[in-house]
Design a protein around this ligand. Structure first.
Ligand code: 0WK
Ligand code: BGC
Ligand code: BGC
Length: 924
């Protein structure tokens, strides 16, 4: 260990010399040596007290207890698993802080499972005192210079290098490569670093150095590097214990016990930071006057009290303070002192380790004391050895009590009575101090007898372990890049959305003029929204959404009453013959009438038929093509009202008066328009998607008349079927379209609606799995199953109230075994896919409301949009993303979105009511 000064045992400026008073010489000094030695004796009870109190503090901190602040910090380290040994590659490791006034740079080559172990190349650089106490930038520039100097000696050329940063100070980590320094310890006191992200500071310094392109991909505490460096054969080690200039331990805790993490599965490595343990109740009785003096003269008064009784930076100082006191009291060295004996840091750990080593012998002790400018008598050497032994024995015992607390925590955490565990040890106190480990082992056996502990010395101080973590971080960073690359096409810019809006406006104009356009802009013969005068009982059918419903709608002065029943449309019926489908519909109507006691009554019926139909009148709708998984034969090109009437005809004793056929967008607009006269747009985002709005009749080329309005069913699901959206289409959209029963059709719908989003996500997950980014590259049968990833999973996974653990639960129910990183990536894929859907939908609505505003030559338009559909209603963020996109793209329209409560069945009944009222007026 290098010269005293650099060990940061600097006398704290202006430190009032109070504890010293406690170091008065007794009148009878004959008992002074045994008295001093006695002070360093710690009883079993005291060690147990420390073990218990430290365990309490650890568990308080794990629970996230803020006040009183627990005595130890228990810092999560983002290392979630011990090494698999599969890690491969060349990594640079920079170690700062583990060994006091020196930093080390290593070149580590990981050979994976089958490869033989390569000895890392390393170089140590002494850190000048003024750098340890100067401005932070100076320290990081010094580190960057050492990196360059080390790499200059290696044939690295200008390849991109990946670096693992072992930073041995208490830090709040928020990622594998993001760590904020809480406070300096061990003689470091650089300004402008506490509270900063030390990875960024290192990156900036490497940037300033500008000699090598080094990517800092991970930062770890030295205890973690030590634990991860455990030879896979002997480990895995699940505890990392460092006793070097400072001391600390880390261990693998059950993630569910760490309050700050919303995880319930797996383990996470926790850096205990036990150096700051200072529970007076437990430590008070074992603190000696020498400990108080040392703390009083240290750079960080009152901090790291536990460390100051164990760490190699302090053991020499404690021995010096005792020897100086005994000398001053004339008990040692004939009462003679020397500058080295009186100078802070005058005695180093290796002095203590040598002097204490029984095999060193009195002669060696003599020599060391003479080197310190002392003239020891024969008896002095023996006393000095006792003092060294007392100080080091206590340090090892205290360290054992702390380790026993960690072992007890592991027993609690894993609900195990007995525990078999491997502890990786690192640090020069272990390497240099002959008896430290054996005392530690004995004391741990006393304090944690039910734990079978094996101590595995870390081979290279954790360099290998840091490289392991770096390899994992590099792999995760590479995966993140691949994820970003894969999701980038889903991230639409404002320009792209504005282009969609403009293209939709163009297609609307062409569609209205009857020119070729992917937007058919179908007149619906609904010329007005309800005016509240509608009255009567009506039957309504609602076909085309998730559920087929038959409704009885009573429109009265007091409002609208609805009784409805959901019936299923089996896939074989939806894709069977048209006759079968309509017979099934009539069966449901009859069943409903019987249940409602309406049998034999011929109520006016409104038919919400949510498919593209050319309407020739309110009760005439020619089906253009099926969508949304329907494909009943002999229907396309037919008037579906006729098909329904024929089915009614085939059923004896049933009489129904089909008055109107409406699209679900129109039904929704009418339904909401009944409450809000501003509602002039209908929007569906459910199984399918579509919109309608009140257009000026003069703009509808296919319908005579220049005044008044006509509700236009845009059938925007087909927008882009002319290829105008291909620039937005991703490979996953293409896969979904290829696999659909209407390939090349409904392209806009296939990017937005509930029937397809789950499939887009599934295809994206399959791709990411093939890249090895997800699920360890394991393609599972489940994930290859069509429609297994329901769109409702997106809504569940993206819900803010869902912790990551619940995301995992959903995915595990899908038969996927995954890590938390996998769950996080699946969440991001869902977010990207649903965000694009909502934004495209918003661009569509912006096009519609801007059209209405311009139709009316208004500076500003206030309009409401009636909305329905499971995706819009259930997805946690869809509606707000749509509204935000509309505000962005149609700033001169004040748009209110009204979620339809009663679905479009009510709307169909209202359209029927209007038709009946108009029919009566023409009869009168
Ligand atoms: C409920 C409406 C119905 C429409 C459906 C769309 O009453 O007309 O088709 O919403 O949403 P989905 O059920 O497809 O999610
Ligand atoms: C630091 C720890 C570190 C330990 C051993 C302590 O001073 O706070 O982060 O692990 O020293 O180097
Ligand atoms: C249909 C539309 C319907 C929409 C919402 C689309 O597939 O073509 O007519 O409005 O789905 O249900």
């Amino acid at each position: 260990m290098d010269s005293i000064g650099s060990l940061g045992l600097q006398q704290r400026e202006g430190a009032p010399s109070c504890p010293q008073e406690g170091l008065r010489c007794p009148s009878n000094s004959s008992e002074l040596v045994p008295e001093c030695l006695q002070q360093f004796r710690v009883t079993g009870a005291q060690l147990r007290q420390i073990q218990t109190s430290l365990l309490d503090s650890m568990e308080q901190a794990l629970k996230g207890q803020a006040s009183p602040a627990p005595a130890v910090r228990m810092l999560p380290t983002y290392v979630g698993s011990t090494p698999h040994g599969t890690e491969k590659g060349d990594f640079v490791v920079l170690e700062l802080g583990a060994t006091g006034a020196s930093l080390r740079v290593l070149w580590v080559t990981l050979m994976g499972i089958e490869g033989h172990k390569m000895e890392p190349r390393s170089q140590e650089f002494m850190i000048p005192q003024e750098v340890m106490l100067g401005p932070g930038q100076q320290l990081f520039d010094f580190a960057a210079r050492c990196l360059s100097e080390f790499l200059d000696a290696l044939p690295v050329g200008n390849q991109g290098l990946q670096l693992g940063f072992s930073f041995s100070f208490p830090c709040h980590q928020t990622g594998l490569d993001k760590s904020t320094l809480i406070s300096w310890t061990k003689g470091f006191r650089c300004s402008g670093v506490e509270g900063q992200d030390v990875v960024q500071l290192l990156r900036d310094a490497i940037q300033r150095q500008g000699t090598y392109s080094i990517d800092v991909v991970a930062v770890v505490n030295d205890t973690v590097g030590t634990m991860m460096g455990c030879e896979p054969g002997v480990g895995p080690c699940e505890v990392g214990l460092v006793v070097d200039t400072g001391t600390n331990a880390c261990y693998m805790e059950e993630a569910r016990h760490v309050a700050v993490l919303d995880e319930d599965r797996g383990r996470v490595c926790i850096s205990v930071e036990w150096g700051s343990f200072s529970d007076d109740g437990a430590l008070g009785p074992v603190l000696t006057i020498f400990d108080r003096t040392l703390d009083h003269e240290s750079l960080n008064l009152g901090a790291q009290r536990f460390e100051k009784m164990i760490g190699g930076l302090y053991l020499g100082e404690l021995v010096r303070l005792v020897l100086a006191h005994l000398a001053r009291c004339g008990v040692l060295f004939g009462g003679y002192t020397s500058p080295a004996l009186l100078r802070q840091g005058g005695i180093l750990l290796e002095h203590v380790a040598e002097m204490e080593d029984p095999s060193a012998g009195a002669a060696r002790v003599h020599a060391i004391l003479q080197d310190l400018g002392l003239n020891p008598r024969a008896s002095d050497a023996e006393f000095v050895q006792h003092v060294c032994a007392a100080v080091c024995t206590r340090a090892a015992q205290l360290c054992a009590a702390a380790l026993a607390a960690v072992l007890s925590r592991l027993q609690h955490s894993r609900e195990q009575q007995t525990l078999q565990i491997a502890v990786a040890t690192g640090g020069r106190v272990f390497e240099r101090h002959p008896r430290f480990l054996s005392i530690l082992q004995e004391t741990v056996m006393l304090l944690a007898p039910e734990c079978d502990v094996s101590f595995i010395p870390s081979v290279d101080g954790g360099g290998q372990g840091v490289a392991m973590v770096t390899a994992v971080a590099a792999r995760l960073a590479a995966h993140r890049c691949l994820l970003e690359e894969t999701l980038a096409p889903f991230r639409l810019t404002r320009e792209q959305l504005a282009a969609v809006q403009a293209q939709m406006r163009e297609a609307m104009a062409k569609g209205l003029q009857g020119e070729a356009s992917s937007l058919r802009m179908l007149p619906t013969y609904v010329r007005a929204t309800p005016d509240g005068s509608e009255r009567g009982d009506f039957l309504a059918l609602d076909l085309g959404g998730t559920n087929f419903r038959v409704l009885l709608v009573r429109v009265a002065t007091g409002g609208v009453q609805i009784t409805s029943q959901i019936y299923s449309i089996p896939e074989c019926v939806a894709q069977g013959s048209g006759q079968q489908l309509f017979d099934h519909i009539v069966d449901c109507i009859v069943d409903f009438q019987e249940k409602q006691g309406l049998s034999g009554q011929s109520l006016p019926l409104g038919f919400t038929f949510s498919f593209p139909c050319t309407q020739l009148g309110l009760d005439q709708g020619i089906l253009l093509n099926w969508t949304k998984g329907f494909n009943a034969s002999d229907c396309e090109g037919q008037d579906v009202v006729c098909l329904l009437r024929e089915a009614i005809g085939r059923r004896q004793a049933v009489e129904l008066n089909v008055v109107a056929i409406v699209n679900d967008t129109v039904g929704t607009m009418m339904s909401c328009g009944y409450e809000d006269p501003h509602c002039e747009v209908g929007l569906i985002v459910g199984t399918g998607t579509n919109a309608c709005y009140m257009e000026e009749l003069r703009n509808v080329a296919s319908v005579a008349g220049d005044s008044g309005h006509m509700c236009i069913n845009m059938e925007w699901g087909a927008f882009g079927d002319d290829g105008s959206l291909s620039m937005l289409s991703t490979r996953f959209d293409a896969s979904v379209d290829q696999a659909s029963i209407n390939t090349g059709k409904q392209r806009f719908e296939k990017m937005i609606s509930g029937m397809y989003l789950g499939e887009i996500v599934r295809h994206t997950l399959l791709h990411l799995t093939s890249l090895g980014v997800l699920f360890r590259g394991q393609q599972t049968q489940h994930l290859q199953t069509r429609d297994i990833f329901k769109t409702k999973f997106l809504s569940e996974i993206e819900s803010d109230s869902l912790a990551l653990r619940q995301v995992r639960a959903i995915l595990e129910d899908l038969g996927l075994s995954l890590t938390s990183d996998d769950a996080l990536m699946v969440l991001e894929v869902c977010q990207a896919v649903s965000q694009r859907a909502a934004q495209l939908c918003g661009a569509g609505v912006a096009a519609v409301v801007e059209k209405i505003r311009e139709n009316r030559g208004l500076e500003e338009l206030t309009v409401s949009v009636g909305v329905d559909g499971t995706l819009y209603k259930l997805h946690p963020h869809f509606s707000s993303l749509v509204a935000a996109t509309v505000r962005e793209l149609a700033p001169r329209c004040v748009v209110t979105f009204l979620q339809s409560e009663d679905g479009s069945g009510k709307g169909a009944a209202l359209v029927t009511a209007v038709a009946c009222r108009l029919a009566q007026m023409t009869c009168v």
